[in-house]
Design a protein around this ligand. Structure first.
Ligand code: G3H
Ligand code: 13P
Ligand code: ZN
Length: 305
């Protein structure tokens, strides 16, 4: 069933498990996400960025909404990194049940004002809202505290932000970054900060940049002709720990991008004469489904629907 983000995330926060928020850009990605959720009785969030809306538009939103309505597990359609009030309103008019307003790069007061404006309008329409406080962008463990504090989320500010805006769930900067290069070895994630913020705020917290960039997928990417540097993602155990302390929405895009292209590459490399798109995209869908299944196991959402 198609539900709001809050209907999925409030129980997740209370039950100390995480729910994957997977980015989609086409039908096969959407099927991998929702069919796997159905198979595993897991709630799930499907998210489209502004880029995904530009690429797939209402056609793609309708695919998500249709699959969500026919699913017997809760599914939300969420706007990822909405850049303005207008963008959030457009997504709501397209049928999204959850929107992110990301004004985190603006001065604090502007972030508060923009977020509060979106919250007021979205709530009137029965849609839940995510906002972000702090800066994402990768941070190494050895960076001195003062520098970390400059862009990781400040716990006291987070409390004030939630009180002033009435936002439903809050993305916090905890050291993670978007993409396949999150740091060397086991990338840093500030568990102490998550625990502190989680103890002060009871709404669900959101972790962006949470792909695991699994070594086996990276190897398959290389083996099938892909070129990728020193890729690394967030360790499974680090996500498990974060979900015990307040992280309820866990954003994953890069892992699906890698899995999708690994599937395509492997089919074409093994069968240079193949030109049936169903063979190519079918394999991509299979590899993506295994990523979604693994992530749901790590986050503890299997069997929660
Ligand atoms: O956080 C960003 C997501 O990975 C979406 O990326 O804007 O290229 O669709 P995109
Ligand atoms: P990854 O790049 O780690 O998959 O993060 C995706 C994300 O945060 C989307 O908002
Ligand atoms: Zn993000």
């Amino acid at each position: 069933m198609l539900v709001t983000g809050s209907e999925i995330l409030v129980p997740a926060r209370a039950g100390k498990y995480g729910v994957g928020a997977f980015n989609t850009n086409n039908m096969e990605i959407t099927q991998a996400i929702i069919h796997t959720a159905e198979k595993l009785r897991s709630p799930v969030i499907v998210q489209m960025s502004e880029g995904a809306i530009k690429y797939g538009g209402q056609d793609l939103a309708n695919i998500v909404i249709d699959l969500a309505k026919r699913a017997t597990v809760p599914v939300a359609l969420h706007l990822d990194h909405g850049s303005s009030y207008a963008s959030a309103m457009k997504a709501i008019s397209m049928g999204f049940t959850s929107v992110m307003i990301d004004a985190s790069h603006h001065p604090y007061d502007e972030n508060v004002a923009e977020t509060a404006k979106v919250v007021e309008a979205a709530h009137a329409l029965g849609v839940s809202v995510e906002a972000e406080l702090g800066r994402l962008g990768g941070i190494e463990e050895h960076v001195v505290v003062d520098e970390k504090d400059a862009f990781l989320t400040d716990p006291d500010e987070a409390v004030d932000f939630v009180n002033q805006t009435g936002v439903d769930y809050l993305a916090i900067a905890i050291g993670t970054s978007h993409g396949a290069y999150k740091g060397k070895g086991r990338p840093f994630i500030d568990q102490a900060r998550i625990q502190k913020i989680g103890s002060m705020i009871d709404i669900p917290l959101v972790a962006h940049g949470s792909s695991g960039v699994p070594a086996d997928i990276v190897q398959r990417f290389r083996d099938s002709g892909g070129e990728i540097g020193d890729a690394a993602g967030i360790a499974d155990d680090d996500l498990r720990e974060a979900c015990k302390h307040g992280i309820a929405k866990v954003n994953v895009d890069t892992d699906l991008r890698l899995a999708c292209t690994v599937g395509i590459r492997e089919v074409l490399k093994a069968n240079p004469k193949e030109f049936d798109p169903r063979k190519v995209f079918g394999k991509a869908r299979e590899v993506m489904s295994s990523i979604v299944e693994h992530k749901m196991g790590v986050l503890g959402s299997i069997g929660k629907a």
